[in-house]
Design a protein around this ligand. Structure first.
Ligand code: SF4
Ligand code: SF4
Length: 81
């Protein structure tokens, strides 16, 4: 299991339900809540940190906050193989 504090911040009060973030995410971290008409974030540790969702959201309702510290640790670990 990857130990990461990687976060995706979501501001529901800004969201207008356009689904652009949901369509942009190619790793299924962003699912769609049809009832609330808002994105739902699952398995955030699988996020590829592409920032597509943040870029596509024209309402500034999403902010991707990578955990650079754990990425650095993983790179060091990879270098030891
Ligand atoms: S792109 Fe932004 S406004 Fe559109 S559904 Fe996603 S969070 Fe909401
Ligand atoms: S940063 Fe990329 S991979 Fe991560 S949730 Fe957003 S679109 Fe998906």
């Amino acid at each position: 299991m990857i130990n990461t504090k990687h976060r995706i911040e979501f501001y529901p009060e800004k969201c207008v339900g356009c689904q652009q973030c949901y369509k942009a995410c190619f790793v299924d971290v962003i699912r769609w809540d049809a009832e609330k008409k808002q994105p739902v974030f699952r398995y955030v540790e699988d996020c590829e940190r592409c920032f597509f969702c943040e870029f596509m959201c024209k309402k500034d309702a999403i902010k991707v906050v990578p955990d650079y510290a754990s990425e650095h640790l993983m790179q060091s670990f990879d270098g030891c193989r």
